[in-house]
Every structure is written in structure tokens, then in C-alpha cells.
Design a binder for this molecule. Structure first.
Ligand SMILES: [Zn+2]
Length: 264
């Protein structure tokens, strides 16, 4: 199960940055290019620390627009401006992404005319939205927010936010990789987990035992715990997670850390 492809962890915390972890961002490296999955970390800084060039990003895929998944976007766009990117860049995200990108460019005083590259956004629906010779990405909806949180958002912003959050199903290097996005329950992943060689499961909104049971039930060959709750950002946090998952789980367990590389 080895290839040249890698999964890079650029940020590994959930909603609260910690002393050791920035919020969520990952990148698939395949075919000499990068495919960014969320942008909640200082993506440019971390890519450069890992010896990678942000200009090699081929596309950006956002699971949703909460700050811990998207706040690094304006800085990335400015980096690509100042480093003279020429290739067009497309940002894929849930419905409303095009409008939000326009809002963001206005907010950060970045008229499209000053960018040396063409920047576009695509509002995706569940299903396949991106395919090239190295990667296929399909979006699926998740139940990220509780009913009362939905009511507040709906009352404030209306239906343009619906649906708020997605997960991602990737096909890369003959592997099927599930990126959970933000969920409230592992059940959201049930329809997509069959045949997955790696599952990246968020750990910001649930108890660890639910993830353990899910991993055992589906005999996941590789489980990546990502989007870690801040209460685990201490010296023994990773050991605690490993101990909690190990009981009955026989696959390979990975606990995300910033700047980590995972061979695919
Ligand atoms: Zn999150």
C-alpha cells in the first residue's frame, strides 16, 4: 500500500488553537502537486516549514466555512499573489462559497484585478466535484450543528448557509480515503466507509469511545484522529487517545500533529 502520495497535516486542532496545534488543514500531495483540504491553519507557513511550495497547490477543498477550517484562506491568497502564481486557482466548498469568497476579498481589500492568477469558487453539491489524473474528490453532507444552532443561523442568515458542512471522499493512489469534516456522530460516515484504506475522523465533537467502536465495527485498516479537542493538548494527550482506542482496535492508529507526513 505504498505510493509517492502523502497526506500532510498542516493543522490538527479543533475550534480552539492551542500551544502546539493550529486548527484544521491538510493537504494531499500527489503527482508533484498539492490539494488543500481545509484552510484553518497558517497554510503557507506550514507548507514552507515542510519544504513545500504553496504555488504548487492545484485546488482548495473546504468542508465548511467555520474559522477553524477557513481562516487561513486570505493569507494564502495574498501569499500566492506576492509569489506570482500564474495558474488559475479554484476553491471548492459548500453552497454559498462563491458569495463568501467575494465577501472575503472585499473584507481583506483584495480586488481580483490585483491577483496575477485567476481565482474562482465553486459551490458544490453532494457527489463528485473534482477529478484530475491524480485525485478524485466527492463531497457528502454531514450533520455538524445541533438543531438550536441551525435555528440561530437560519434566523440570522437564511437558507444560503444550507447545507453548512461536508465531508470528503478521496480517491488517490488506488486508495479510498475518507475525511470526516466536522460531524456530531460517526453515523454520518457509515454510507461511505466501506472499502476505505484510511479514515480521518474528527475528534472535536464526540467522545473517543464512539470513534473506537466505529473503527472496530468497520475494521478500519488505518484510522487518523484529527481535529483534536483542546483538552488533549498536553504531554500525555496522544497517549491517552492511543490507550482509549487500542482496546479492541487492530488497525494502524495515527494521531494527527501539525507538520506530520503520512505516506499513502
Ligand atoms: Zn471544526
Amino acid at each position: 500500500m505504498s505510493s509517492d502520495a502523502e497526506l500532510l497535516i498542516l493543522g490538527s486542532s479543533a475550534g480552539l488553537p492551542t500551544a502546539n496545534r493550529y486548527p484544521t488543514a491538510m493537504a494531499v500531495k500527489a503527482g508533484g502537486g498539492l490539494y488543500l483540504l481545509d484552510c484553518g491553519a497558517p497554510v503557507s507557513n506550514h507548507l514552507k516549514r515542510m519544504g513545500e511550495d504553496p504555488r504548487t497547490i492545484r485546488a482548495v477543498f473546504l468542508t465548511h466555512w467555520h474559522p477553524d477550517h477557513a481562516h487561513g484562506l486570505p493569507m494564502l491568497l495574498q501569499d500566492l499573489q506576492l509569489t506570482g502564481r500564474r495558474e488559475p486557482l479554484t476553491i471548492y466548498g459548500p453552497p454559498g462559497t462563491s458569495e463568501k469568497l467575494d465577501d472575503l476579498l472585499r473584507l481583506f481589500l483584495i480586488p481580483r484585478e490585483i491577483l496575477p492568477y485567476t481565482l474562482t469558487a465553486v459551490d458544490v453539491q453532494p457527489g463528485s466535484v473534482f477529478t484530475d489524473e491524480h485525485l478524485r474528490v466527492a463531497y457528502f453532507p454531514t450533520r455538524h450543528l445541533a438543531a438550536d444552532q441551525w435555528q440561530t443561523l437560519d434566523a440570522t442568515y437564511g437558507q444560503r448557509l444550507w447545507p453548512l458542512a461536508f465531508g470528503l471522499l478521496l480517491h488517490v493512489a488506488d486508495q479510498r480515503i475518507l475525511i470526516s469534516g466536522d460531524i456530531r456522530n460517526s453515523d454520518d460516515l457509515e454510507p461511505y466507509v466501506e472499502g476505505c484504506t484510511l479514515v480521518s475522523h474528527e475528534f472535536g465533537h464526540m467522545v473517543i469511545d464512539q470513534i473506537r467502536k466505529f473503527a472496530i465495527k468497520h475494521k478500519l485498516p488505518r484510522l487518523l484522529i484529527a481535529h483534536l479537542h483542546h483538552r488533549y493538548d498536553h504531554a500525555d494527550g496522544e497517549a491517552e487517545i492511543r490507550a482509549a482506542i487500542a482496546d479492541g482496535y487492530e488497525g494502524e492508529l495515527l494521531v494527527a500533529r501539525d507538520l506530520m507526513r503520512i505516506a499513502l
